[in-house]
Design a protein around this ligand. Structure first.
Ligand code: NAD
Ligand code: AKB
Length: 317
């Protein structure tokens, strides 16, 4: 039976992942943790164990892992791209020293470690269209530097010490429970909230900027499926390209207009986040994930838009 520790569990992914893992593996088998407690997460606190954990604190991590007999870590604690450019030292410290601390514990205690990477692990010299699984990775944001270094470090721990490390390169994730934590693709979440609240949105990302995106249920499905995948079939490990759609702001606008015809979109471009977006791929080739562990998303743009708008119109009443 899996005993799973989720770090950074109060973030955009963790707050939904923890509930789904508890549904699948049992409430007491999924330990949620975060550096600090936050309001608005009663469903996480009330449905199973919660512990305070800063992933850079190895003693505290060891204590929790021993207390609950953890055999699997899902490391979601990180500093994302936009905040990472404002606070590069902290981004390096959390994303690299935190990951290294957990990898060392995984090596000592023979634990599985799932560590997500991102489309940020690519850069301007990467082929932008249908970006291959194995290609040039020279990112130009601090977040991207930590993501590609994290991929390589996780592969090293697998090859050198046999640690069962696995990961995906998430595209921008769109969700309606917890707001995103300071990334470049956040516009693609905010646009839906503002479509419900004001029937208009001002995008900080320029018209025509294509990036890969995915709806949260497909992201959660990818974590569980890769965690449970037959290791003998995995040629790659850290990390698999996955995607559900390649969209620009005007594509999301057109999709929202199918349900809210009066919706309008205008632009006030943020140069920092635009430069990050311009350095990322337009679209990923996710064929390795399909071939090695059968991954396929369930949501395309319109199916996601309908679900986002239905859910948010109830939530924001
Ligand atoms: P988030 O910013 O929403 O949540 C991160 C959580 O980690 C927060 O609750 C924060 O309080 C916590 N945290 C920060 N520093 C910590 C520390 N030192 N110790 C413990 N907790 C700490 O992030 P997310 O969107 O849930 O992303 C989770 C992972 O997925 C990250 O590795 C991120 O790079 C990756 N990812 C996310 C996306 C996306 O669109 N959400 C896309 C690609 C990759
Ligand atoms: C960000 O924009 O920083 C994240 C990501 C794609 O890694 N959403």
């Amino acid at each position: 039976m899996r005993k799973i520790l989720v770090t950074g569990a109060l973030g955009q992914i963790g707050s939904e992942l923890v509930l789904e893992l508890r549904r699948q593996y049992g409430n007491d088998n999924v330990i949620a943790s975060n550096r600090s407690k936050k309001d608005g997460h009663d469903t996480v606190y009330d449905s199973g164990p919660f512990e305070l954990l800063d992933i850079r604190d190895g003693n505290r991590a060891n204590e929790i892992i021993d207390k609950y007999k953890i055999n699997t870590i899902i490391n979601l604690a990180a500093i994302l791209s936009a905040v990472g450019e404002q606070k590069p030292t902290m981004c390096w410290d959390v994303n690299m020293n935190g990951l290294y601390t957990l990898l060392e514990i995984a090596r000592e205690k023979n634990l599985m470690l799932f560590n997500p990477s991102s489309i940020a692990a690519f850069g301007p010299s990467t082929p932008a269209d249908q970006t291959p699984q194995d290609t040039i990775q020279r990112p130009t944001s601090m977040y991207g530097v930590t993501k590609v270094a994290g991929e390589i470090l996780c592969d090293y721990y697998h090859q050198k010490f046999g640690v069962d490390t696995r990961g995906v390169r998430f595209p921008g994730l769109i969700s309606n429970d917890t707001l995103p934590g300071g990334g470049t693709t956040d516009y693609a979440v905010h646009i839906y909230y503002e479509a419900i609240r004001k029937k208009s949105y001002t995008s900080f990302i320029r018209k025509g900027t294509k990036m890969d995106m995915m709806y949260m249920p497909d992201a959660i499905k990818s974590i569980v499926e890769l965690m449970e995948a037959d290791p003998t079939k995995l040629v790659h490990r850290n990390a698999f390209n996955i995607t559900a759609m390649s969209v620009a702001p005007e594509d999301i606008e057109a999709s929202i207009k199918k349900f809210i015809p009066e919706f309008t979109l205008d632009y006030d471009v943020d140069p920092v986040r635009q430069a990050i977006a311009d350095s990322w791929p337009n679209s990923l080739d996710a064929s390795a994930a399909k071939a090695e562990w059968g991954y396929e998303p369930d949501y395309d743009l319109d199916k996601m838009t309908k679900d986002m708008l239905d859910t948010l119109s109830e939530k924001l009443k």
